[in-house]
Design a binder for this molecule. Structure first.
Ligand code: UDP
Length: 473
């Protein structure tokens, strides 16, 4: 009898570890706290299979996963936006997804299908099998407001957004300049722009949106959503964050010397420098960063990826470049800084680094997962946004929550070494840095409360679970 079977949830992550990682943690919570079983169906083009597998292998039995057949993206133009590739990977996996869900639904009671930000095309599959369709919006409420307000902006303005004379006021959020809008809306003639404008239409038809934020992190934006949702016809919103992986999981992602090196550094003395799973810098920018770090005299742990001159989007797909830092860092840099810093190629166990007592600050590209991990571990930030919605996140961090300084760029978009030197020194050694740290510690506490037994995020997830549990398809 269908109704008696335990509830099962299907999760479909689109390419990008930043999408998969929080979904994995969400799945764990559904299993541990709400007795669900979960299956991940993973669309892919063959990139990043190994790290994804490493993340998935650690999961308990109640969570299964299957990679959908690899799709081919070779026909796409070379300069196509990553967002377009991400969406197309799912589009081209839809019939495989349909078959997989069909098979699963024959043996289990599938109640919900959860996708991430780019997963709207799976809506028809959910519909076909009478399954509730939910988004896991892996960034913040400000980003969600942006999405819902974009069609209005599209209608009422015609210039490129970076040329808007006034900042935009999203409900409950600090003013936002057009130049800080998400990256793929910066060229209105681009296909990715049109797709983004249409996105909110898809979002409106979802049964609900789970957002990786929490009441005390974005009180304004979340309150505004509560107040305006019905008038605007938006789906219910469930802030369940921070959803971040625990230390144990990060362990499987990188086996290297970072932790033993950190063990021998003084408390709060190290600046962690990393640009997420896909961020890259130009060679010129990398040189400036190297010089700035060296000049600051501050201890650093730097995760480097080989330079990329057109680094306006994530290096998720294809070639990841050379892995030998000495081939692209300034000559002699590694030698001169060997007492001061550690350079790690490509990947490091970030959560463990952020939770380490020696880590005193984080220079980050402002990926939302990185930000939440910093909140959970109380690490103050230098915000250096690169692409996607990172500039918006940097605005939220530096102008609203005030737990970060945003780096200044010169006319050519370069952050100069003398500024980097100052940020690094002030954050790790200065009084202003202590203020940021204090604010971060308050947020850390608030995050803990949100996730405690009676906390707002725990309750939110319980509300979702109850709905799913009671759903009869
Ligand atoms: N991450 C990591 N080691 C690295 C780079 C990234 O463990 O060297 C993890 C990081 O802890 C976070 C995720 O990968 O959980 C990156 O997500 P985020 O949203 O910060 O940025 P994205 O990579 O999606 O741009």
């Amino acid at each position: 009898h269908q109704k008696l079977k335990p509830p099962h949830v299907v999760i479909v992550p689109t390419p990008g570890l930043g999408h998969l990682i929080p979904l994995v943690e969400l799945a764990q919570r559904l299993v541990i706290h709400h007795n669900f079983t979960v299956t991940f169906f993973i669309p892919n083009d063959g990139s990043q299979l190994l790290p994804q597998k490493k993340v998935l292998e650690t999961l308990p039995q109640a969570i299964s996963y299957a990679f959908l057949p690899q799709v081919n993206l070779d026909d796409l133009p070379h300069d196509v936006a990553s967002e377009t590739k991400i969406v197309l990977t799912l589009t081209r996996s839809l019939s495989a997804l349909r078959d997989s869900v069909k098979l699963l639904a024959e043996s289990t009671r599938v109640v919900a299908l959860v996708v991430d930000i780019f997963g709207w095309e799976a809506f028809d599959v959910a519909n076909e099998f009478n399954v509730l369709f939910y988004y896991f919006f892996s960034t913040n409420a400000m980003g969600l407001w942006f999405l819902f307000e974009l069609p209005k902006l599209d209608e009422t303005t015609s210039c490129e957004y970076r040329d808007l004379p006034e900042p935009v006021h999203l409900p409950g959020c600090v003013p936002l300049h057009g130049s800080d809008f998400v990256q793929h809306v910066q060229e209105r003639s681009n296909e990715a722009y049109r797709a983004t404008v249409k996105m909110s239409k898809w979002y409106r038809s979802a049964a609900g949106i789970i957002v990786n934020s929490f009441a005390d992190l974005e009180p304004g934006a979340l309150e505004a959503y509560k107040e305006q949702r019905q008038v605007l016809g938006l789906p219910p919103l469930y802030p369940v964050g921070p959803v971040v992986v625990k230390t144990g999981m990060a362990d499987v992602l990188g086996e290297n010397e970072c932790l033993s090196w950190l063990n021998s550094q003084p408390e709060g003395s190290v600046l962690f420098v990393s640009f997420g799973s896909g961020g890259t810098l130009s060679s010129e920018q990398m040189n400036e960063l190297a010089m700035g770090l060296e000049m600051s005299g501050v201890r650093f742990l730097w995760v480097v990826r080989s330079p990329n001159e057109t680094s306006t989007s994530a290096a998720y797909f294809g070639d990841q470049g050379s892995n030998d830092p000495s081939s692209f860092l300034p000559r002699g840099f590694l030698e001169r800084t060997k007492e001061l810093g550690l350079v790690v190629p490509s990947w490091a166990p970030q959560v463990q680094i952020l939770s380490h007592r020696s880590t005193g600050g984080f220079l980050t590209h402002c990926g939302w997962n990185s930000i939440l991990e910093s909140v959970v571990h109380g690490v103050p930030l230098i915000a250096w946004p690169l692409y996607a919605e990172q500039k918006m996140n940097a605005v939220l961090l530096s102008e609203d929550i005030k737990v970060a300084w945003r780096v200044k760029m010169n006319d050519r978009g370069i952050v100069e070494s003398r500024d980097i030197e100052k940020y690094a020194r002030d954050l790790i050694e200065g009084d202003d840095g202590k203020l940021l740290k204090k604010k971060m510690m308050e947020l850390k506490k608030a995050a803990k409360v949100a996730l405690s037994q009676d906390g707002s995020s725990t309750k939110s997830l319980a509300d979702v679970a109850e709905l799913w549990n009671g759903y009869k398809n």
